[in-house]
Design a protein around this ligand. Structure first.
Ligand code: IVH
Length: 676
C-alpha cells in the first residue's frame, strides 16, 4: 500500500475511534458495543506497531477517556488517572506475567491482587486531613471534571474517614474507585423512566456516568449510585507498602472495597479466580466486564511504571461480551398458550456470551414503539446468563427501514386480534385457536404440572393433527385409541403402553400441581401453591370471589381478575368438568401450627437429590411450613445442595448462607434445630 493510502486508512480508523470515544465518554450514549470497541482499538494498535511513524498525539491509543465537559470546573489530576491494558486469553495473561518477571529481573514471585472489573465510571476522591474535599472524574486522564457536589450525595462515600487504631489519618490522600449502579437499581431506574417517559439508559454504566455528571446535584441525590474503591493516587503523611495494606486502611476508614478481592501469585491460581468470577457473574449484583490483576507490592509497581496510557503492573482480563450489535431482519408475532401475541425480533445471527443468537424478545408493541424499531436497523443486544436476549436500543437507524406492521389477524388461526390491558394483543378465538390449544396441552403435561413422560411436542402435534388430542381432557381417553395410535409414525406398542401408564400414574395429583396445570394467566407454581394452601380444596378455589382471592398471599387485583375470568369462562368450566372425571386431586393436609416446624424458614434446593426427587422434597418441606424458593438471596435461611450443585451453591457461599448436603435431608426434617 502506498503512503497516502496508508495514512488515509489510518486516519479513518482513528477518527472512527475518536467518534466512539466521544459517544461513550461525553454523550453517555455509545453506538457500538464494548467488544466491538476493543476490536477496533486493537486494530489501531497493531496498525501503529507496524507503522509507528503514523502515530499522532490525538490517537486514542495515546490518551485516556475524553476532555472534560465545559459545564463543570476542570480538575487537574496530580497523578494521571490511567486506563488498563486488556488481555483476552490465558496465553496473553501468561505473557503479561512473564513481562513483569523479566522487568523485575531478580524476583521469582509476584503477588497479584485479583478483583472484578466493575463496569462503572472512574472517580478520584481527595481527602485532606480525613475530610472529603474534592471528587473528580477521570476526564482525559490528566484533566477531569470536578463533581464534588454530586459525589457528596452518594451515601456509601463517607465525608470523613473513620479514625482507626491501626492507621492514622493521612494529611492528603487520593482514593480512586468506581461509581456504579447495581443491576437491580438499574432495572428500577429504567422502570420508573419508562413509566414517566423520561430517558431510558442503555446500561448501568451509562446510567451511573449520566447520573454523576448532572448539573443539578439534587438529581444525582435521587439516583441509586454505589461506590467501590480500587486504587490510590497522591498520598502524603502515610506510607503503604502494598495494595493489600492500603485496602486494610480503606476498610478501617469505612471506604467500601470489593468483598471478592483475593490475592494469588501463580498464573494457575489467577486463571482459577478468573473462571470462578466468570461462573458467578450472574450472581454478582453489579455488572462487571473483566477481572483485574494488579501487582500487590507498591515498590514493584513503581519499578514497573507505565506506558502512555496504562500501568505495566496491572491488566484487565476481559469477560465474554454481554452486549453486541446486529441487524434487525424482521419482527414476527408469536401466539402463546394464553392467546397473547409476543413480538419477536429476528436478527442477523451473532455471538453473545458464548452462544449464537438470532432471536430476541420485544415484550409488546409498546416496546417496539418506544425503541422506535424499524426493520433494517442496527440494534444493541444484551444477553446476561441464560436470560432471553433483549434489544436495548437502536444504534444506527436504517433510513430505508420498514415499519413493523401490527397484525390485525392471528398469524396462527386467522381470527381477529383484539387489544387487552393497555399494550397487549390477543387472538380473539380463545381456545379455538390451534396454537392456544396445543400450548395448553403442552403446559398441562409439563414437569411441574401432570409431568407425563413420553409426550414431547412432536407427538402432541401428531396426536393433535389426528384429532386424538385437542384438549387436556382428551389425554385420559387416549387409551381408547390404541389401534390408531400404534400405527402412527414414531409409535409402537411399547411406547403406547408406556404413555398410557404414565398418564394413569399422573391421575393422582396434588391440588397445587392441578391448579398450575390449568395454565391460568400469571398463575405460576408459587401462586398455585398459595391458592392450594389457602383454600385447601379445588371447589373452594373454583368458587372464590375476587375479594376472597385478594386475601391470598401474593395475589393482587390483576392475578385475582385472571383467576375469576378463567373460572367463569364456559369453555374452561367444561374443560375442568371433563378433566375432573378422570383424576383424583390430593388436597393439602391441614397441618396444625404445631407441626409446621419449618414455618417462616426460607429454603432453596439445588443439585441432584439421591433418594427422593427434588419435587418430593419440596412438597414435604412446604407441608412443614417452609417457604421453598428457586433463587438464593439474602432472605434465604438454608440451601440444601445435592450432587452437581452449581451457581446457587456458589451464591450461598458468597452470601455466607448455611448449606447442608442433600444426604442430611432426612436428619434435617426430623430435627431442624440441629441445623439452623
Ligand atoms: S485498577 C491504572 N481495579 O477500569 C488504573 N480499575 O479500564 C488502575 N476499573 O479507569 C485501575 N474496576 O476505572 C482497577 N477493580 C478495578 C476496576 C478498575 C473497574 C476501571 C477503572 C479504570 C478502568 C480502566
Amino acid at each position: 500500500m502506498n503512503k497516502i493510502a496508508l495514512k488515509t486508512q489510518y486516519n479513518h480508523l482513528k477518527e472512527n475511534l475518536l467518534q466512539h470515544n466521544y459517544n461513550y465518554h461525553v454523550l453517555d450514549d455509545p453506538t457500538i458495543s464494548d467488544g466491538e470497541y476493543d476490536k477496533l482499538f486493537r486494530e489501531l494498535q497493531s496498525f501503529e506497531t507496524q507503522y509507528p511513524e503514523l502515530i499522532t498525539p490525538d490517537s486514542p491509543t495515546q490518551q485516556v477517556g475524553y476532555a472534560p465537559l465545559d459545564e463543570f470546573q476542570s480538575f487537574d489530576h496530580l497523578q494521571p488517572m490511567l486506563s488498563l491494558s486488556n488481555v483476552f486469553n490465558e496465553t496473553e495473561f501468561s505473557e503479561f506475567h512473564e513481562r513483569i518477571l523479566k522487568r523485575l529481573v531478580h524476583e521469582k514471585n509476584v503477588d497479584y491482587i485479583c478483583e472484578p472489573k466493575l463496569d462503572g465510571t472512574a472517580i478520584s476522591l481527595i481527602y485532606e486531613h480525613g475530610n472529603l474535599i474534592t471528587a473528580a472524574t477521570r476526564g482525559n486522564g490528566t484533566v477531569g471534571e470536578d463533581v464534588s457536589k454530586n459525589v457528596k450525595t452518594i451515601k456509601s462515600i463517607p465525608h470523613k474517614l473513620k479514625q482507626s487504631q491501626n492507621f492514622h489519618i493521612p494529611d492528603y490522600i487520593e482514593i480512586r474507585g468506581e461509581i456504579f449502579i447495581t443491576k437491580k437499581n438499574f432495572e428500577n431506574l429504567n422502570y420508573v423512566a419508562k413509566k414517566e417517559e423520561t430517558k431510558i439508559f442503555a446500561n448501568p454504566r451509562n446510567a451511573a456516568s449520566g447520573s454523576l455528571r448532572q448539573l443539578d446535584s439534587n438529581i444525582t441525590a435521587k439516583r441509586p449510585l454505589s461506590f467501590i474503591a480500587h486504587g490510590i493516587g497522591r498520598c502524603e503523611g502515610i506510607d503503604f507498602v502494598s495494595l493489600e495494606e492500603f485496602y486494610s486502611f480503606l476498610k478501617s476508614s469505612l471506604i467500601p472495597i470489593n468483598r471478592l478481592t483475593k490475592i494469588y501469585s501463580t498464573t494457575q491460581d489467577c486463571m482459577n479466580y478468573y473462571n470462578k468470577i466468570l461462573n458467578m457473574r450472574e450472581q454478582i449484583p453489579y455488572e462487571i466486564d473483566g477481572v483485574v490483576f494488579k501487582v500487590n507490592d507498591f515498590g514493584f509497581q513503581e519499578r514497573l511504571g507505565a506506558v502512555s496510557r496504562a500501568p505495566r503492573w496491572a491488566v484487565a482480563y476481559k469477560l465474554p461480551a454481554e452486549e453486541v450489535t446486529t441487524i434487525l431482519k424482521d419482527i414476527n408475532f408469536q401466539v402463546g398458550r394464553t392467546g397473547l401475541l409476543t413480538p419477536v425480533a429476528r436478527l442477523d445471527p451473532v455471538e453473545i456470551g458464548g452462544v449464537t443468537v438470532s432471536n430476541a424478545t420485544l415484550h409488546n408493541i409498546d416496546e417496539i414503539k418506544r425503541l422506535n424499531l424499524n426493520i433494517g436497523d442496527r440494534v444493541l443486544l444484551h444477553r446476561a446468563g441464560d436470560v432471553i436476549p433483549k434489544v436495548v436500543k437502536v444504534v444506527k437507524a436504517n433510513k430505508a427501514g420498514i415499519e413493523t406492521e401490527i397484525p390485525t389477524l392471528c398469524p396462527e388461526c386467522g381470527a381477529k386480534i383484539v387489544p387487552v390491558h393497555t399494550s397487549d394483543l390477543k387472538c380473539s378465538a380463545g381456545l379455538s385457536c390451534h396454537k392456544v390449544q396445543k400450548g395448553q396441552i403442552i403446559h398441562f403435561i409439563s414437569k411441574k404440572a401432570f409431568d407425563i413422560d413420553g409426550l414431547g411436542n412432536e407427538i402432541v402435534n401428531t396426536l393433535f393433527t389426528e384429532s386424538l388430542l385437542q384438549n387436556p381432557a382428551d389425554l385420559f381417553n387416549l387409551h381408547l385409541h390404541k389401534e390408531h395410535i400404534v400405527n402412527l409414525e414414531g409409535f409402537g406398542e411399547k411406547s403406547f403402553d408406556n404413555l398410557v401408564n404414565s398418564i394413569n400414574v399422573s391421575k393422582k395429583i396434588t391440588l397445587t400441581r392441578f391448579i398450575y396445570a390449568l395454565g391460568i394467566p400469571e398463575v405460576g407454581e408459587s401462586t398455585a401453591n398459595n391458592l392450594a394452601n389457602h383454600f385447601l380444596s379445588f371447589s373452594d378455589i373454583f368458587s372464590a370471589t375476587f375479594d376472597d382471592l385478594l386475601d391470598v398471599n401474593d395475589i393482587g387485583p390483576k392475578v385475582a381478575n385472571n383467576i375469576t375470568e378463567y373460572f367463569t369462562t364456559p369453555q374452561m368450566q367444561q374443560l375442568i368438568e371433563d378433566i375432573q372425571k378422570h383424576i383424583e386431586i390430593e388436597e393439602p393436609q391441614v397441618v396444625d401450627l404445631e407441626h409446621q416446624i419449618l414455618r417462616g424458614i426460607n429454603i432453596v434446593l439445588t443439585g441432584k437429590f439421591e433418594t427422593l426427587s427434588r419435587e418430593e422434597a419440596k412438597e414435604k418441606l412446604i407441608s412443614l411450613g417452609a417457604s421453598v424458593t428457586s433463587s438464593v438471596s439474602s432472605k434465604t435461611d438454608l440451601v440444601i445442595a445435592g450432587e452437581k450443585a452449581g451457581s446457587k451453591l456458589t451464591k450461598a457461599n458468597t452470601l455466607g448462607i448455611k448449606v447442608i448436603s442433600s444426604d442430611k435431608y432426612e436428619d434435617f426434617i426430623s430435627r431442624p434445630s440441629n441445623f439452623i
